[in-house]
Design a protein around this ligand. Structure first.
Ligand SMILES: *Cc1c(COP(=O)(O)O)cnc(C)c1O
Length: 362
C-alpha cells in the first residue's frame, strides 16, 4: 500500500478544539445563555420560513440581515460582515489579512480560538502575556506590537476566560499602536452586552479597528451559528473575497434579522444574568477558592485547597460540567463556570462545596 497522504506539516502539531460535550444535568461549560429566545421570535421565524424558496440559493450578500445589524448599531450596511459565528469572522480576517509570513499578536490567557484559527490559516502567532493578576499591561502590549508589527492584533473584552474588561484608554492605545505598525486591531466582544462600554464607538472608515459580535451568547442563539463584525467598509469588501459563496443559509439570515426585533428582551435577559452573576460571585467568595471579577456571563475561579482538575472531575461526578482551564498557560488550577439559572448555579455551588469538602483541608 502506498503511504497515506501527509497532512500539512504545520497542522500536524495542532490539536482540534476541545470542549467536551457530555450528557450532564447542569451544563455550565460553554457560556451559552440558560434561556431560549422569546416565543414570539420562534413564531415569527416559522412564519417567514414558510416563504423561503428552497430551490434557490440564499441572498449571497445577506443584504437584509446586514441592513438590520447596521441599523441596530447605527452604522452603514457596508460596514457589517456576517458569518457562521464570530469564529468565521475571525477566520475570514486571518485569511484576508494573515497568512504566510504574517502574524497575529494576542495576550494569553485569552480565547484559544484566536491563536488556533491564526495557525490553521498559516498565520504566525506572537504571544504576549498578562500580569500575574491576569490584567493586560498596555505598555507591554504596545511594545510587542511595535517590535513584531503583527498584521492583526486581538483583544478580547470582556476577556474569555478571565472575564476581565479592558479600559477604553487601553483599547484606544492598542488600536493606535496596531495602526502605527501597519496592522489591524480586532476587538472580540462576544460578551459585549454584559459590559459597561463597547469598542464599537472606535469603528470608523479611517481607523483599522473591527469589533466582532456573536448571536451565540447574549442572543441565546448558539444553535444558529451566526456572528458578525463591524468595521471599515474597505475591510468588509476584502473579507467578501475569502468567504465561500452563499455561506450564510436562508434560515440563519432570517433568524438573525428577526432576533434584533427583540432587543429589549435580550437586554432583560442580560440584566438578569448580571444580577445572578453577582450572587454566584458572592457565593464563591464564601468557599476556599480565588475568584476573578467578571464583566461577562461566566466566572473564573481557582480552588485553593484542591487540584483544579480533580475539582473539575468531582463536579462532573456530581453531573455538573464546567470548563477545565487548569492546564492552560497562566491559568494553573483554574476552572470557569458559566452563569446559569439560579437553580443550575445552586446545584453547581453545592456540588463544588461537596467536592471541596471531600478533598479535606491541606
Ligand atoms: C463564545 C465566544 C465566541 C463565539 O463564537 P461563535 O463562533 O460566534 O459562536 C467568540 N469569541 C469569544 C471570546 C467567545 O467566548
Amino acid at each position: 500500500m502506498p503511504p497515506l497522504p501527509e497532512v500539512r506539516p504545520d497542522l500536524a502539531a495542532l490539536h482540534g478544539y476541545h470542549s467536551p460535550q457530555v450528557d450532564v444535568a447542569v451544563r455550565l461549560n460553554t457560556n451559552e445563555a440558560p434561556a431560549p429566545p422569546p416565543d414570539a421570535w420562534s413564531e415569527a421565524l416559522v412564519k417567514e420560513l414558510a416563504a423561503v424558496e428552497w430551490n434557490r440559493y440564499p441572498d449571497r450578500a445577506a443584504a437584509e440581515l446586514r441592513a438590520a445589524i447596521a441599523d441596530h448599531h447605527g452604522v452603514r450596511p457596508d460596514q457589517v460582515f456576517a458569518a457562521n459565528g464570530s469564529n468565521e469572522c475571525i477566520q475570514a480576517l486571518c485569511l484576508a489579512y494573515g497568512g504566510a509570513g504574517r502574524s497575529v499578536a494576542l495576550f494569553e490567557p485569552t480565547y484559544p480560538l484566536h491563536s488556533h484559527i491564526a495557525r490553521i490559516t498559516g498565520t504566525g502567532v506572537l504571544e504576549g502575556g498578562r500580569a500575574p493578576d491576569l490584567s493586560l499591561d498596555p505598555d507591554a502590549a504596545i511594545a510587542l506590537i511595535a517590535a513584531g508589527a503583527p498584521a492583526l492584533t486581538f483583544l478580547c473584552s470582556p476577556n474569555n476566560p478571565t472575564g476581565m474588561l479592558e479600559a477604553p484608554e487601553t483599547v484606544a492605545a492598542v488600536a493606535d499602536a496596531a495602526a502605527a505598525a501597519g496592522g489591524l486591531l480586532v476587538v472580540d466582544e462576544a460578551y459585549g452586552q454584559f459590559a459597561p462600554w463597547s469598542a464599537l464607538a472606535l469603528v470608523d472608515d479611517d481607523r483599522p479597528v473591527v469589533v466582532t459580535r456573536t448571536y451565540s451568547k447574549t442572543w441565546s442563539m448558539a444553535g444558529a451559528r451566526l456572528g458578525y463584525l463591524v468595521g471599515p467598509s474597505w475591510l468588509v469588501a476584502e473579507l467578501e473575497k475569502v468567504t465561500l459563496p452563499y455561506h450564510l443559509d436562508a434560515v440563519k439570515q432570517i433568524a438573525g434579522r428577526l432576533a434584533l426585533r427583540f432587543d429589549a428582551e435580550m437586554r432583560e435577559r442580560v440584566a438578569a444574568l448580571v444580577e445572578e452573576r453577582g450572587r454566584l460571585f458572592a457565593a464563591l467568595t464564601d468557599l476556599p477558592v480565588d475568584v476573578w471579577p467578571s464583566a461577562a456571563n461566566f466566572v473564573l475561579f481557582r480552588p485553593r485547597t484542591r487540584d483544579g482538575h480533580d475539582v473539575w472531575q468531582g463536579l462532573l461526578d456530581r453531573s455538573v460540567l464546567v470548563r477545565d482551564c487548569s492546564a492552560w498557560p497562566g491559568l494553573d488550577g483554574c476552572l470557569r463556570v458559566t452563569v446559569g439559572t439560579a437553580d443550575e448555579d445552586d446545584r453547581f455551588l453545592s456540588a463544588l462545596a461537596a467536592t471541596l469538602d471531600a478533598g479535606g483541608q491541606p
